[in-house]
Design a protein around this ligand. Sequence first.
Ligand code: ADP
Length: 393
Amino acid sequence: MQSLQGSILVVDDNAVIRQILKLALEQNHHHVTMATDGQEAIELMEKHYFDLILLDIMMPKMNGFQVLEHIAKVPELAQIPVIVISADGQIDNAIRCIQLGAEDYLVKPPNQTLLRTRVNASLRKKFLHDQEQAHQAEMERMYEAVKDANQAKTEFIAMAAHELRNPLSQIATTNALFSRVGELNPAQTQLLEKVNFSLERMKALIVDLDDISRLETGNMRVALQPLNLVELIYKTADSLQQDVISRSHSLTLNVPSDMPLVCADRERMIQVLTNLMGNALKYTPNGGQITVTAVHQKHAKAVHVTIRDTGLGIQADEQRQIFTKFFRSGDTDVRARPGTGLGLYITKSLVEMQNGRIWFDSKYGQGTQFHFTLQLASEATKTELDSDTAVSG
Ligand code: ADP
C-alpha cells in the first residue's frame, strides 16, 4: 500500500523514545516536530498545523489525558488524529485515552512495522476527511455564489421591468396621437399597426418579467374568491377572437352554463386562460381546431378544463422541460413564432397558488392538450376565500 507523508507531532518526555520515533518517521518521509511535555505540545498546536499526534501519557506539567481533554474542546484540533504511546502493561490508560478521543495506541518501544502501519492508516483517514471537508466547503461556496447570482438576476429583472414601463407608455401615447394629427394614408396606418403590435408584445414581456420577479421574491399574491369560470372562458375567447380569425382557426367552447363556481383569482385566471388558449392558437398552423372543454368533476369536487389543439405538438424529449422558466422548444416551427418561454412557468405557478393542478399530453406533429383543475368554491375553506395567498420564491 502506498505510504503517505504527513506533518507529525511527537510528544514524549523521554528523549530516547522521541529520537526512536523521529528516526522511524523520517525514514518514511514524514515531517516531524517534537515536544517534551503536554504544555509544549499545546503551544505548538496553536502555532502549527499537524496531520497526526503521537502522544505519551505519563509526562510532567501536563499529561496525555489533559492534552486529549484540551484537544476535544477546540474544534480545529479535534480533527487531528492522536495515537497514544503507552508503556507496556498500561492498557487501562490506553483505554481511557481512546475514551477521551484518541484514535489508536502503540506500546513502547514501538515496533517499527506496527508504527508505520498505524501512522499510515490514521493519515489515510485524516486526508480523506480533509478532502471531504474541502469538497463540502467548495460546495457551500458554489451554492452561495449561485444564490447570489440568482438574487442579482431577480433584482435585475425587477429593475428592467420597472424601468422599461415608462418609456414604453410614452411611445404608446405618442403613437396613439398620430391618428389625431391628421388623416393617415394606408402605408402610414400599416406602419403604425406594426408599431402597435410590437408595443403589445413588449408590454406582455414586461408583465411576464414583473411576474417572474414577484414569484421569485415571494411577492406574488392571489385573491381567491368564488368565480364563474364559464364567463371567464367566454371572455378570454372573445379577447382572442381577432387571432382566431386572422389564423383561420376554429375555436369551439364546450362549457356548460350551469357550472358551479370555482375558488380562484379573477385576473390571474384570465391570465392562465389567455396563456393556454393563446399558445394553442400560436402553436397551431393556420386552419387548426382549438377546443376548450370544462367539466364538473363531482367526485373530485373540482372543475377540469382542457385546451386542445391540432397543432405542432411537443417532442417527447422536450416534454419534461415545458414548465421550466425560459424553456422554448428547439423546433424551427416553434422558433418562428414570437415567445419568451415564461408563460407556462408563470401559468403553472398561478394554477398551483389557486390550489389547482396543471399538466398536459402531447403528440409531436398531431397536437397538444393542456389540462388544469380548480377547486369548487363550495369546497374552499373560509380562510382560503378571505385571505390573499402569497407564494415564496
Ligand atoms: P412561449 O410561448 O413564450 O415560448 P410558454 O412558456 O408559454 O412560452 O411555452 C413554452 C414552450 O412550450 C413554447 O416555446 C413551446 O415550445 C411549448 N408549447 C407551449 N404550448 C404549446 C402548444 N400548445 N403546442 C406546442 N408547443 C407548446
